[in-house]
Design a binder for this molecule. Structure first.
Ligand code: AMP
Length: 431
């Protein structure tokens, strides 16, 4: 029979890899808690209209990357391609602004985009996303960028650079857009097919096209920060001052426009060295009009999302792998040994230790083999002899072969204390 394989662009995460994920997620949650952000968990499925309306009909995501299907009642559903739209949907649905003036939320989970898979780009990928809803002040922008940098620091990501731009607002962006279209039309002959097509529908996206010729055109294009309205220019100045106060290095990237339509004013991205073409690890910006666009009041907001799969690729090249906690393997002899091991193991597990035994009930030799394969730090041997004598044999797998510490007889009732005090094993694993 033909075997069933994982869907293209999607992956299984096996236990050794999951240790990396767990460590990263723990550190992120811990950092975000310190900044006062609470976790929100929204459904993976949303009505398709949510993304069409927020991300924008003319974007790559909505045009060609969404996993959209019809539900049994005929309504159109989509697997979320990003998290902000869902958070805002929930914010509006729960009239959250009546409960708190400012909402600080984060999410962690899978997103789905039907992109061309390659290293660092998948069709199911994980993001941590952070949203700060309810402030128009540059203070919010500075907090958000600081949170992003600190999250990346906390997980150990190094060699990153921060890029900053402003996309203006509904007052100044249309003028910029017009002058950009004029310029791009003059240089139309040098643009790739895709950009020529985008020229009228989404001209700003031409600025971040990766094709060499388009990049050259983009380099000479008018710069949006030169034509911001007074409010947007003042806002951007204050954000820059705040970042300088925090001694956060950044560079202005005139070509950074981001792929989603809802962004306004400040946009930012973090790029990491050593990741090839897929080097953007995190990005975000203001979305002052989105709450209103989705049917809520006029409430400004800012947020970012970081791509965790990509970050992990880089971490695995640069930081030590997570240490596995010490574990114990219980080897039993005979029916009585096995039965006595059950309670012993439960006691140790309740004390916080990782304990396994051979559920296939193999020979002593095969049990020892399994203990070795699991990298057990200690092996506890429980057989008829031990039971009659009221003790267990503890083998220290790290001790020298002939040392008197290699194999020790311990009274049953002293076992916990023995492991804790003499061997220091329980330290760091209990609780
Ligand atoms: P975006 O939601 O497009 O602003 O993306 C935010 C971050 O998510 C990017 O900087 C990437 O790190 C990550 N990301 C976006 N798309 C993918 C993908 N297909 N595979 C892996 N990571 C992705």
């Amino acid at each position: 029979m033909e075997t069933i394989r994982v869907i293209r662009g999607m992956r299984d995460i096996h236990p050794d890899q999951a240790l990396w994920w767990q460590r990263m997620e723990r550190r992120l949650a811990d950092t975000l808690r310190r900044y006062g952000y609470g976790e929100i968990r929204t459904p993976l499925l949303e009505p398709t209209a949510l993304f069409a309306r927020s991300i924008g009909e003319e974007t790559d995501i909505v045009e060609k990357e969404m996993y959209t299907f019809q539900d049994r009642d005929g309504s159109s559903l989509t697997l979320r391609p990003e998290g902000t739209a869902s958070v805002v949907r929930s914010y509006i649905e729960n009239t959250q602004w009546k409960k708190e003036p400012v909402s600080r939320l984060y999410y962690l989970g899978s997103m789905f985009r039907h992109e061309r898979p390659q290293k660092g780009r998948y069709r199911q990928f994980s993001q941590v996303g952070v949203e700060l809803i309810g402030s128009l002040e540059p203070a919010a922008d500075v907090e958000m960028i600081d949170v992003m940098v600190e999250c990346m620091n906390a997980i150990g990501l190094k060699d990153t650079s921060l890029q900053l731009n402003s996309l203006g607002c509904s007052a100044c962006r249309p003028n910029y857009r017009d002058s950009l279209v004029v310029y791009l039309k003059q240089n139309q002959g040098d643009l790739c097919d895709n950009c020529r097509r985008r020229l009228d529908i989404n001209p700003l996206r031409v600025l971040d096209c990766k094709a060499e010729a388009c990049r050259r055109v983009a380099d000479g294009a008018p710069k949006i920060i030169d034509v911001l309205c007074a409010d947007c220019a003042g806002h951007f100045q204050t954000v820059r001052k705040g970042l300088e106060n925090l001694a956060l290095d950044y560079e202005i990237n005139h070509r950074m426009v981001r792929g989603l339509d809802y962004y306004t004013r400040t946009t930012f991205e973090m790029v990491a060295a050593g990741l090839g073409a897929q080097n953007a690890v995190a990005g975000g910006g203001r979305y002052d009009d989105l709450v209103k666009t989705l049917g809520g009041p006029e409430i400004p907001a800012i947020g970012f999302a970081a791509g965790l799969d990509r970050i992990l690729l880089k971490l695995q090249d640069t930081i030590p792998e997570p240490a596995s906690p010490p574990n114990i393997f219980v080897v039993t002899r005979g029916e009585a040994g096995w039965r006595a091991s059950l309670e012993l193991m439960r006691g140790l597990r309740r004390a916080g230790v990782q304990v396994c035994s051979d559920v296939r009930r193999g020979s002593m030799k095969s049990q020892m083999k399994q203990a070795n394969r699991r990298g057990a730090r200690f092996v506890i041997i429980l057989g008829e002899d031990e039971l009659t004598a009221g003790r267990v044999t503890v083998k220290d797998m790290h001790a020298e072969e002939n040392s008197d510490q290699k194999q020790i007889q311990v009274p049953r009732e002293d076992l916990h204390g023995f492991l804790l005090n003499r061997l220091g094993l329980l330290e760091g694993v209990v609780g």
